[in-house]
Design a protein around this ligand. Structure first.
Ligand code: PLP
Length: 382
């Protein structure tokens, strides 16, 4: 097929042409004034999307690197942390903490539902030794969004660090880092920030800097203090060679988000997510995430008996040119996961639902063509 595939996996996501072109220009010297100017603009715009006055650190890495960086900078072996995992990515964050010798207590949760802030409060009341709570904002494996504001209200009553994996939400859903009292937010370039993969970003609050000063776990490349020292130079710098071309692309993408305005960006994501969900439900399919905690960036669709996730993903991609993802781990084969974040509009949603309708029909689950599309159109109409 000569036309580019419409990529609607939950990351990496499509990158706007302006950002692609910016990333394809000649590589800049990273100690030059022009790089300093670019990096200063990137940093200011990262603080805008993170909704924070705290420094936002940038490392060339996947989001998982950002999660690991947070652990090694904030803790000492044996520190106790509470994991509010509600899926694969929450489990990964807990596993990283355990891998570094932290004592991880996992709250038993039901996948497909959000964590209950009152349960977090009960754990913290019973056990005063917790140093931190690890929360995934948007659990990409299930399409569930946790209520970070409500969790923040609970955590304000305790002296614990509030650490959030926002890899698949930041830039697509409201996340008020400072107002909600979040100490550390980790995200990555390749999802709602509409940039190529390869960069991770981490905001660090004043309280978290105090923890960094106490933390004994070894780190060198990931060292937050070294990264901050370079960031505070005029113009801002990186301790080691930065991913210059990725930052150039990111700068354009962040400019676009700023031009749209965060409130409008979130409203667009909400409208498109709602359209997608309505379209899916009009086809008789069910959403995996419980009502009230459904993500605006990723939707997990439970498949009817007899429809295999891998087959649907393959047919939608190879025959209908729309890339979506399957389920992960215990959810493999049982669902498709569709990303609707970043560089996306109404027509992408309609195209994805069209491919879904065709794919389901091909696999013997008969739907009326246009039924999902029409429901989505109506839901997205102003
Ligand atoms: N956390 C969440 C919520 C994610 O969705 C992902 C990736 O999908 C990650 C962490 C890991 O990011 P990466 O694949 O960039 O390491």
């Amino acid at each position: 097929m000569y036309k580019d595939k419409l990529v609607m996996v939950p990351g990496p996501t499509m990158v706007p042409e302006g950002a692609l072109l910016a990333g394809s220009r000649q590589v800049m010297h990273h100690r030059s004034p022009e790089y300093g100017k670019l990096f200063a603009e990137v940093n200011a715009n990262l603080q805008y999307v993170f909704q924070t006055k705290a420094p936002v650190l940038t490392f060339p890495a996947a989001g998982t690197g950002g999660l690991e960086a947070a652990i090694v900078n904030l803790f000492s072996p044996g520190d106790k942390v509470l994991s509010a995992s509600v899926g694969v990515f929450g489990d990964r964050f807990a596993a990283i903490a355990a891998c570094y010798g932290l004592e991880v207590v996992k709250i038993p949760t039901v996948w497909g539902t959000a964590v209950d802030p009152a349960v977090i409060r009960d754990y913290l009341q019973k056990e005063p030794q917790f140093k931190a709570v690890l929360v995934t904002h948007n659990e990409t494996s299930t399409g569930v969004v946790n209520d970070l504001a409500a969790i923040g209200r609970v955590l304000k009553q305790f002296n614990v660090l509030y650490i959030v994996d926002a890899v698949s939400s930041l830039g697509g859903m409201d996340l008020q880092t400072d107002a909600w009292g979040i100490d550390v937010v980790i995200t990555a370039s390749q999802k709602a920030l509409m940039s190529p993969p390869g960069l991770t970003f981490i905001s660090v609050s004043e309280r978290a800097w105090q923890a960094v000063a106490q933390a004994k776990l070894p780190r060198y490349y990931w060292d937050f203090a070294a990264t901050r020292k370079a960031l505070e130079k005029n113009p801002p710098q990186n301790p080691y060679t930065p991913a210059v071309t990725l930052l150039a692309a990111l700068n354009e993408a962040l400019r676009m988000i700023k031009a749209e305005g965060l409130a409008n960006t979130f409203a667009r994501h909400r409208r498109l997510a709602n359209g997608f969900r309505q379209g899916v439900e009009a086809l008789g399919l069910t959403l995996y995430a419980a009502a009230g905690s459904r993500s605006d960036t990723v939707t997990a669709v439970t498949l009817p008996e007899g429809i295999k996730g891998e087959q649907l993903v393959k047919i939608m991609s190879e025959k209908y040119n729309v890339a979506v993802a399957g389920g992960q781990e215990s959810l493999k084969g049982k669902m498709i996961r569709v990303g609707h974040m970043g560089y996306i509009n109404e027509y992408d949603i309609i195209t994805a639902i069209t491919a879904l309708e065709y794919g389901l029909n091909d696999l013997g689950y008969t739907v009326k063509l246009g039924q999902g599309v029409q429901a989505a159109q109506l839901a997205m109409q102003d």
